[in-house]
Write a new protein. Structure first.
Length: 212
């Protein structure tokens, strides 16, 4: 794995703490689960049936709750303890296991542990210098045979030094998921008009089972 960085996520905790319960002060917070996730669950008629799922950089918990409602046993983590406390307060009767954790220092028992991994805009919130490490950390927590869903901003491969944060991903960077062994099941590249980041991509990956 690429060298793990230090300090690149330190700015999340002050932001959530200073927001003090005001969702409008969290620029990326949505009022509902990510549309890609709800569409994927509905389109594929997904029933979790107790399967394990994890939400990367869960923020205020909407995506985690959507997966729990679909029948998954959900772990959701964020580097910000204030975000985790906020999510627990929003959903006091939740079945989700909300955990404060750093993407680059995840518990060893999470490695190859989850049948579904959902990543929504965490990678672009981190500098390009840790792009490979963040992709590797996310891929590593999927079980063999498991699914990794990624929904993110997209930039042209020709743009090598994008402004940020957030820093949109290129398809070249996303191919690192395949370099480390994941397979693309479905991919949708599209434009969202009237948005600061119009380029978008949704990708469903599978982590293959090891050869016998």
């Amino acid at each position: 794995m690429s060298e793990s960085p230090s300090g690149v996520s330190d700015w999340f905790e002050p932001l959530y703490a200073e927001a003090a319960g005001n969702v409008e002060q969290v620029p990326w917070a949505l009022a509902a689960p990510a549309p890609y996730l709800t569409h994927w669950l509905r389109e594929n008629k997904i029933k979790g049936l107790g399967q394990s799922a994890v939400v990367v950089g869960c923020g205020l918990g909407n995506d985690a709750e959507a997966l729990a409602a679909a029948g998954f046993t959900v772990t959701a983590f964020d580097v910000s303890g204030s975000a985790i406390a906020w999510a627990k307060k929003r959903f006091p009767n939740t079945s989700v296991n909300y955990v404060t954790a750093d993407l680059f220092q995840l518990p060893s028992e999470w490695q190859s542990a989850f049948e579904l991994v959902f990543e929504f805009r965490t990678i672009p919130s981190l500098p390009l210098s840790v792009r490979a490490s963040s992709i590797e950390s996310i891929a590593a927590i999927a079980k063999p045979g498991g699914t990794v869903l990624v929904a993110t901003y997209l930039r042209p491969d020709s743009v090598k030094d994008p402004d940020g944060p957030p820093w949109p991903l290129s398809m070249g960077e996303l191919r690192h998921f395949e370099t480390i062994g994941l397979e693309v099941v479905k991919q949708d590249i599209f434009q969202k008009k009237n948005s600061r980041f119009s380029g978008r991509v949704h990708i469903q990956y599978k982590r293959p089972q090891p050869s016998p």
